[in-house]
Design a protein around this ligand. Structure first.
Ligand SMILES: Cc1cc2nc3c(=O)[nH]c(=O)nc-3n(C[C@H](O)[C@H](O)[C@H](O)COP(=O)(O)OP(=O)(O)OC[C@H]3O[C@@H](n4cnc5c(N)ncnc54)[C@H](O)[C@@H]3O)c2cc1C
Length: 334
């Protein structure tokens, strides 16, 4: 079980900045994110795009901003649970909270900060009969630990950046890699597509274009995958793992059932400190709503700063908070 002062749901830019603001006030943070990597929308959707409206940066690439934010919070040693979605929230008798993830991880925390953006990104699943029966038994929709595919026969499906990037990466690790794609051109970055074509030409991967995933087979675990070509003829590939990568769509999911006031999939907050209607739970960043709300990173940063001032009262109820500039106090590691 993980014990912390503040549990932050969502490791996007706003959740990360909340660690900094909390850290200045000596509050420990644990972050949980449904994605296998840190960075929220910036790392998942547009890592290479330049952002122009972050104060102090005329331009910064989205992933670079996340990398810098991680450096900025290093002194406060946040801890992370990645690739797990928060499912259950329980309020305990002493006023603190218990969160339970879809994989059974339990986190106890004095304060909850929901920085869940547009909600948790759920994989788009292809309509293949029986696919869900093999989830966790050879079928996975994201790559959490590439090493787990070492020496396996892996089949990937999809035509976006994730499918291309993981095909390239796994070509060096897996025993055999097959990429299935319904078209003969890719949506993903042209240089990644070129690398995939090169790997296929060198015989290091099998590339099945104008083809669709059609069936899955196995006894308990996946062992064979059916693929149809453009003339709808089905052939079969022996495989240990199947990774369908057809993108992610955000869903508010279980957060909607926690007794919070919700308006059009966003959590209503008091702009005094971005607290929700449940004592001890705050919501910051894209997930919240209030009159005049703008879904901008810099607005989320402001919300994180105000939230931390109020969260302090829950973490240190006997202490008085006095406001200090970082130029006066510096950054004191703990
Ligand atoms: C293409 C694009 C371009 C953009 N350009 C700009 C720009 O130029 N300037 C700007 O200011 N903004 C821009 N934005 C908006 C900006 O990305 C968002 O405002 C910002 O990402 C919000 O940050 P966040 O931390 O609130 O949420 P997010 O970045 O969405 O992160 C939330 C995280 O919470 C996780 N999560 C959600 N629910 C759960 C759960 N139940 N359990 C565990 N984890 C969960 C998600 O997996 C996600 O990683 C752009 C957005 C897009 C899509």
């Amino acid at each position: 079980m993980i014990n912390t002062d503040i549990c932050i749901i969502g490791a996007g830019p706003v959740g990360l900045f909340a660690v900094f603001e909390a850290g200045l006030l000596k509050m420990r943070c644990h972050l949980i994110d449904a994605l296998p990597q840190i960075g929220g929308q910036l790392s998942e959707i547009y890592p290479h795009k330049p952002i122009y409206d972050i104060p102090g940066y005329p331009t910064v690439k989205a992933q670079e901003l996340i990398d810098n934010q991680l450096k900025q919070i290093e002194p406060f040693h946040p801890t992370f649970t990645l690739g797990e979605r928060v499912e259950t929230l329980n309020k305990l008798e002493d006023g603190s909270f218990e969160l339970i993830s879809n994989e059974g991880t339990v986190i106890r925390s004095k304060v909850i900060v929901i920085a869940a953006g547009l909600g948790s990104f759920e994989p788009r699943k292809p309509a293949v009969q029986g696919l869900e029966d093999f989830e966790g038994k050879g079928v996975s929709y994201m790559v959490k630990n590439p090493e787990s595919f070492r020496d396996q026969r892996v089949v990937l499906a999809g035509g976006g950046d994730s499918a291309l990037d993981w095909t390239i990466f796994l070509a060096d690790i897996a025993k055999e890699v097959t990429l299935i794609h319904r078209s003969d051109s890719f949506r993903g970055a042209p240089d990644s597509a070129q690398k995939v074509f090169n790997l296929a030409n060198e015989g290091r991967i099998r590339l099945l274009l104008q083809s669709n995933l059609s069936s899955v087979h196995g006894n308990g675990r996946i062992s064979k995958i059916g693929v149809t070509d453009k003339s709808k003829v089905e052939s079969f590939i022996e495989a240990d793992s199947l990774i369908p990568l057809f993108g992610l769509s955000p869903k508010l999911g279980p957060i909607a059932d926690w007794g919070l006031n919700i308006d059009k999939s966003a959590i209503e907050v008091d702009t005094f400190d971005y607290s929700t209607n449940v004592d001890g739970i705050f919501a910051i960043g894209d997930i919240n709503t209030y009159p005049g709300k703008l879904k901008l990173i810099l607005c989320g940063y402001h919300e994180a700063a105000l939230m931390a001032q109020s969260a302090f009262k829950y973490v240190f109820p006997d202490q008085k908070l006095s406001f200090k500039y970082t130029t006066v106090n510096g950054i004191n590691e703990f």
